[in-house]
Design a protein around this ligand. Structure first.
Ligand SMILES: Nc1ncnc2c1ncn2[C@@H]1O[C@H](COP(=O)(O)OP(=O)(O)OP(=O)(O)O)[C@@H](O)[C@H]1O
Length: 260
């Protein structure tokens, strides 16, 4: 079976009016179906660029990206992308917002409508289907954004710092909800975050990038019993603090090298 995501020997260079900026160099990644992988690293090390390449928003200068065995040539509904900002349209109700992607893809129907309503209920938004985004809290809005991302039933989810605009408590609740929802449906996920503890608590595996240009510095499999626990309780499990310390030290080394 092919990996859900394969990044093979990818380098990427941004070219603009000021010249060429090498953002990624020789990145090789494999994400298995159903796996939850986090990418962490200092600002500017190329985390978002990797997600843009997997989603087909960018094409690599060198190398190849494959999703479910197929080369990525453009964005596809098989890959959902969730961002830090929810980008809900203020003039549309929550239900109209979360079905927007289905509308654009011409996938509206009885079955997809039922699926979306089921997801809204699961996210505690069943009573807010007819509400407008400004009537919802930040956490509720991000849950609506998650429903919108899941509505077209992508097998793969790319999550680019989806919690960073939220308060700490809401963030922890949403971490649990996302892991529960994605694992229950066998989704593959790649999370980009600055938060080491979030990466450990949510992931099966963590990839640490170093900057200028972005390269893989380390790869860590999150051990049991942390891996199978939900994020909130994972933070209490044996080995969590040791792993946090190991990753923290890697970040400190990068800082000393002037990588941050
Ligand atoms: N359109 C662009 N043109 C030129 N350089 C870019 C462009 N987009 C990103 N870069 C540069 O490429 C590098 C990688 O950017 P990227 O956004 O992928 O990093 P990141 O690790 O996600 O950063 P952050 O953690 O700050 O979000 C950065 O140095 C950034 O300044």
């Amino acid at each position: 079976m092919p990996a859900a995501i394969e990044v093979n020997g990818v380098s990427h260079v941004y070219v603009n009016g000021q010249g060429a900026y090498p953002a990624l160099a020789d990145i090789n990644l494999r994400v298995a179906a159903g796996e939850f992988v986090s990418i962490i690293g200092p600002s500017g090390c190329g985390k978002t660029t990797i997600l843009s390449l997997i989603s087909g928003l960018l094409s690599p200068a060198v190398g190849e990206v494959r999703v479910l065995g197929e080369p990525v040539l453009r964005p596809t509904p098989k890959v959902g992308y969730m961002l830090q900002q929810d980008y809900l349209f203020p003039w549309r109700t929550i239900e109209e917002n979360v079905t927007l992607g289905l509308e654009l893809l011409g996938l509206q129907g009885e079955q997809s409508g039922r699926y979306v309503r089921e997801l809204l209920d699961e996210m505690g938004l069943g009573a807010f289907r007819q509400a407008f985004p400004q009537q919802l809290s930040g956490g509720m809005r991000q849950r609506a954004a998650l429903v919108r991302t899941l509505a077209a039933q992508p097998g793969i989810l790319l999550l680019d710092e989806p919690f960073s605009a939220l308060d700490y408590q809401t963030r922890l609740q949403l971490e649990d909800l996302i892991v529960t929802t994605l694992k229950a449906r066998g989704k593959t996920a790649v999370l980009v975050t600055h938060d080491i503890s979030e990466a450990i608590a949510m992931s099966d595996r963590i990839i640490v990038l170093q900057p200028r240009p972005g390269r893989v510095l380390a790869e860590v499999i999150v051990p049991e019993p942390i891996r199978t626990a939900l994020p909130l309780e994972a933070r209490e499990k044996a080995g969590f603090h040791e792993l946090f310390h190991t990753l923290w030290q890697l970040f400190e080394q990068l800082d000393k090298k002037g990588g941050g």
